[in-house]
Design a protein around this ligand. Structure first.
Ligand code: CO
Length: 488
């Protein structure tokens, strides 16, 4: 008798997960009254988060959530209360498509204009969708997307003020990555380090360092051989570190209108990952390139220098999951693509060697840590994870990893909750590295709405200190940040 193969995920229902990808076209503005537990009275400031708010344009499905129009949420905390507001970034593309009521642009991740080959052929016009990250820096709230300039928003109303070129630091066609790193300088004014990539047969990486007033400290550009697909970087006091994953880009199907640009990226497991170290002070030393095991990393957790070696913790995939044309991302077969794992790389610059070890095998993504530890050795990492200890699955738990004692704490939202990136907020006068809160936007499928979950980072396993029920859902998002000087 033939045995029936049943692939039933144990920790979640696929339909629950899929509903978190419904568009949220409404914009809201209200005090959050439905609260379980208590909002800590000393939690003051605003949690900003960005992500795709629309997964369709007037019923026309977009092909990949990374192509969705940026929608920013602001949860402002003051005196034990919280206020919610969300708004779409009024990009040129968002306004034009809402006006037309249909898709007008091709997306990087494969969204095509209706009409097939003839309308898409040789159309290189992409939409700056401003959907990846949101930071408050130098008095400006900036929605970031890695292939173009930021959009500036009003930090209190989220109204779009327009494209922002950082007071002339960026040229009009110059991108600014969605993954800046902020280096804490012990009260001496933090430094923002960011980069931009212009990919091609050779790729140009530009590094920018901005002081606390967003004035330019350093800017330098470097030509790197090969096609660079760089989403994130890590920093140490002396280096910006990039992982050039072994991917090749075949632009022909994109130019012909058959595929989105990201669908033309192919992973080659036979080539190593190149670890590129660019000195932060361009007058000090040369670029170094080391070779590591083939892997794909979107996100780095942290990096630091110790006794002549450099350590980098990253979320790594065995290969780059191909973005397939014609497939609905909601039908994704989790078992068929690799899960993210937390790896630690050890770089020896003298011997030019890279070793790696796996720190966490549980499927995980969106690592965060105490802001003062960025670029320094650190003890605690917080990251979204799957409920099951093995296999690939949606993120349903928050994991706290004690990297010194190799201990774990878990808070789980399973079976009907799905989590995004946690944001760590230190207490005002913190005593230990984990003395603070984790803010998490969680999709609650049971009520088809989202919760803002506040966890005490010292003991996340005890469950939320407060759960703020929103009146609606927020689609799964990308990155966010906390601005302590913007209060409700
Ligand atoms: Co990212």
């Amino acid at each position: 008798m033939q045995k029936l193969e049943i692939h039933q995920p144990v920790s979640y229902d696929r339909k629950d997960w899929q509903r978190g990808y419904e568009s949220q076209p409404q914009e809201y503005n209200y005090w959050i009254d439905d609260v379980e537990g208590e909002i800590p009275s000393d939690l003051q400031g605003t949690f900003f988060r960005n992500g795709p708010g629309l997964l369709d344009i007037n019923g026309q499905q977009i092909h990949h959530p990374f192509d969705g129009d940026g929608m920013v949420c602001a949860i402002a905390f003051a005196n034990g209360r919280a206020h919610f507001c969300n708004k779409f970034v009024r990009t040129e593309g968002y306004l034009a498509e809402q006006e037309a009521g249909k898709i007008l642009y091709r997306g990087v991740f494969g969204t095509q204009k209706p009409g097939g080959l003839l309308t898409n052929i040789f159309d290189f016009k992409t939409k700056n969708i401003a959907n990846t990250n949101i930071i408050y820096w130098g008095g400006k709230l900036l929605a970031l997307w890695e292939a173009a300039a930021p959009h500036r928003l009003d930090p209190y109303t989220l109204e779009t003020l327009g494209l922002d070129y950082l007071d002339g630091i960026l040229k009009s066609d110059e991108p600014f990555s969605a993954h800046p790193r902020i280096e804490s300088k012990d009260g001496k004014g933090n430094t923002l380090v960011n980069f931009s990539v212009k990919p091609g047969l050779s790729s140009t990486i530009t590094i920018y360092e901005l002081d606390a007033d967003a004035k330019l400290l350093h800017r330098h550009s470097h030509l790197i051989p090969g096609f660079a697909f760089l989403h994130d970087m890590a920093i140490t006091p002396n280096y910006c570190i990039f992982f050039q994953n072994p991917v090749a880009f075949n632009p022909l199907p994109f130019a012909l209108g058959l595929r989105g640009a990201a669908e033309c990226i192919k992973f080659d497991p036979n080539r190593p990952t190149q670890v590129i170290l660019i000195p932060r002070n361009p007058n000090q030393g040369e670029i170094k390139v080391l070779e590591a095991k083939a892997c794909f990393a979107f996100h780095h957790a942290n990096a630091w220098e110790k006794e002549g070696e450099i350590f980098v913790d990253s979320v790594c995939y065995e290969s780059f999951p191909d973005v397939e044309p014609g497939k609905d991302f909601r039908q994704l077969n989790f078992d068929s693509i690799p899960a993210g794992e937390l790896w630690r790389f050890r770089l020896n610059l003298q011997e030019e060697t890279v070793q790696h070890e796996v720190i966490e095998r549980r499927c995980c993504e969106f690592p965060v840590l105490h802001p003062d530890r960025v670029g320094q050795s650190y003890r605690y990492l917080y990251i979204g994870g799957a409920e099951a200890e093995s296999g690939n699955a949606p993120l349903q738990v928050i994991l706290k990893i004690d990297l010194v004692n190799n201990e774990r704490q878990i808070w789980s939202a399973a079976p009907r909750g799905f989590v995004g990136e946690p944001v760590f907020v230190p207490r005002n006068s913190f005593e230990s590295e984990d003395d603070g809160w984790l803010l998490v936007l969680m999709y609650d499928a049971a009520n088809h709405r989202s919760d803002v979950v506040i966890l005490d980072a010292i003991d996340i396993a005890q469950g939320p200190v407060a759960r703020l029920h929103l009146k609606h859902h927020i689609p799964y998002g990308l990155h966010g940040s906390f601005a302590s000087d913007i209060a409700g």
